[in-house]
Design a protein around this ligand. Sequence first.
Ligand code: SAM
Length: 229
Amino acid sequence: MLNKQLLLYNVVKKHKTVLEIGVYMGHSILIMLSSNPRLSIYGIDIDKKFALPSINYLKKNFPRSNLKFLEGDSIKILNKLKKKFDLFHIDGDHKTAKIYNEIVACAKLTKNKNMKILFDDADMMKSIDRSLVMSFQVKKYVKPNSKFRNLYIEIVLNKKSMLKFKIIFNFLHLFEIPQVYLLPLLKKIIRKLLSTILGKKFCNHLGQIILNRFSNIYLINVAKKLKNI
Ligand SMILES: C[S@@+](CC[C@H](N)C(=O)[O-])C[C@H]1O[C@@H](n2cnc3c(N)ncnc32)[C@H](O)[C@@H]1O
């Protein structure tokens, strides 16, 4: 995982203002401030339970920084923001449709035509990755060799490229619909069927037996699901 954190650490060194979507416990903000303690970071999170105390803790420990926490859904907040940023760290809801809307909203808040974005999970957003590369002039593209790798990209914004991005992403997204919407629905139906036919108690018991006897990761995952039916 180290290369992933190193990329974040190195990218923020030369920037002044960062907008992060998805603060959670502030681990990425800690890495950014360790690299650049004077950073101004606006962090958005829909849930303040961990994000707010983490930001307050970081404020105390990095007194030269300027940290601001914004509670709410990323798109709603982004559409209200007036401030401009040098860099965007996108690490909120990892669904591609959401990331797409976040990119479109962040594009209006970038300081200049050179938009710099760091995506936390490169392998969960292949359609976004492909659409960006196919639509914009890419000035920099870094994907480290790391587990759960991130992606840093610098693109040149203009109306034509943005339109191309919207068209390409929405086309590619059509192929993700079965995976994004139908698979969870199918899983829900299977769970319902199992609990109706076998009963909740039996499913939980079966899950425990599998957990006790097997060490295969796939069987363990199935067992955990049976236990939670
Ligand atoms: C993977 S965590 C972020 C991890 C964080 N960057 C860190 O390094 O510790 C994702 C966070 O995104 C937040 N989130 C999910 N959907 C969101 C949305 N629609 N708007 C804003 N935040 C969202 C979650 O509440 C969660 O705290």
